[in-house]
Design a protein around this ligand. Structure first.
Ligand SMILES: *Cc1c(COP(=O)(O)O)cnc(C)c1O
Length: 381
């Protein structure tokens, strides 16, 4: 029997590891650094917390089932997951990546992987011909974010997976924005899914975490070896917070989306708003692909206002909505990509991608939508 996704958020597909025998409804936090051995040359299966922890294993089980993978590896942060994954590649390897990536991922590629001899080509991956054209003999990976941050560009995962397959390289998709509730990239041909669990999975703006999910046993084994070696494992208490957060993922995602769509439509009609980017709007260039590959559009939207003054005024005036980085939590947050998440992106490049002094990004929370609209109304006035 297989359960529907809202059930999987709470129970997973199978049952818990036999280690937990008390019947505790909420999985315990195994806050320990090490485990006692029953004898010489014997182990309970648990030796040291960097490698094994029951609470971490429980959240990994749920995330594996949600993403339709065979394994998920928990990390201290989303960036730690990206970093460990990129360690599987070697100097001289080439990567084709989305040109509108999360700023921290671009920084990882530039400051760590390029320094270590890897090469990167950034393209608009929603343009399949551009992806094909960027492929080289030594291309070992295509790395996507869809929808992108902050411009909400949508890439056809299935079509890109066919390009990856033809060239014998891997496809990794960052699924932080839509979460497995709305999109399961492994079903569409991806080999690896990356998560910043800090965002929707945990969902309450109160801890950091990351996952790498795959259906390729060899990748899983190499990534586990890497986290054991480099050490950025997910802590037991943070694993528990994410476990608890995921229980309400289905109801949160529905509400985030309902609020985001209402706000996107309201913003479209506002005289000071020039353009709204949300894949759930019929005029969005990624609408058709989204309809095909996703079950929803999520809670993130970006908009352009009429001037830099308006943008600054909105950020200073919002009250219920907080002017803060991050996204995906119960609280609505607004960011200014130009000076925050994309401050490190060369000016010419961020402008070419549509990020300028008038761009605002909103992570729509699960407050009452009329209260959120009233806050935007007074801030935009
Ligand atoms: C936040 C984020 C990351 C990095 O995750 P951390 O948990 O902050 O390390 C990676 N990708 C996307 C899309 C993100 O939003």
């Amino acid at each position: 029997m297989s359960y529907q996704i809202d059930t999987v958020c709470i129970h997973g597909q199978g049952s818990r590891k036999a280690i937990e025998t008390t019947g505790a409804i909420s999985f315990p936090i195994y806050q320990t650094a090490a485990y006692a051995h029953p004898g010489v040359g014997r182990s309970t299966g648990y030796d040291y917390n960097r490698v094994q922890n029951p609470t971490r294993q429980e959240v990994e089980r749920i995330v594996t089932d949600l993403e339709h993978g065979t394994d998920a590896v928990g990390f201290a942060t989303g960036m730690a997951a990206v970093n460990a994954f990129m360690e599987l590649f070697a100097p001289g390897d080439h990567v084709v990546a989305t040109d509108d990536l999360y700023g921290g991922v671009i920084r990882q590629f530039r400051k760590v992987n390029e320094k270590n001899g890897m090469q990167f080509t950034y393209v608009d991956t929603s343009d399949l011909a551009a992806v094909e054209k960027a492929m080289q003999e030594n291309t070992k990976l295509i790395y996507l974010e869809t929808p992108t941050n902050p411009m909400m560009q949508v890439t056809d995962i299935r079509a890109v997976s066919e390009i990856a397959q033809k060239h014998g390289c891997l496809l990794a998709v960052d699924n932080t924005f839509l979460t497995p509730y709305f999109q399961t990239p492994l079903d569409l041909g991806a080999d690896v899914v990356i998560h910043s669990a800090t965002k929707y999975l945990e969902g309450h703006n109160d801890t950091l975490g990351g996952f790498l999910v795959t259906n390729n046993e060899q990748i899983a084994e190499r990534v586990r070896e890497m986290v054991k070696t480099t050490g950025a494992c997910l802590a037991p208490f943070d694993a528990w917070l994410i476990l608890r957060g995921i229980k309400t993922l289905s109801v949160r995602m529905e509400k985030h989306q309902e609020n985001a769509l209402a706000i996107a439509r309201w913003l479209q009609k506002h005289p000071r708003v020039k353009h709204v980017y949300y894949a759930g709007l019929t005029g969005h260039p990624g609408y058709a692909v989204s309809q095909r590959q996703c079950r929803g559009y999520g809670g993130m939207l970006t908009f352009h206002v009429d001037s830099q003054e308006t943008a600054h005024r909105v950020l200073e005036r919002v009250r219920l909505i907080k002017f803060a980085e991050s996204l995906g939590g119960t609280e609505s947050l607004m960011t200014y990509p130009f000076t925050q998440t994309h401050a490190d992106v060369p000016d010419e490049k961020r402008r070419a991608n549509g990020i300028d002094e008038t761009t605002l990004r909103m992570s729509v929370g699960i407050e009452n939508v009329n209260d959120l609209i009233a806050d935007l109304e007074q801030a935009l006035a």
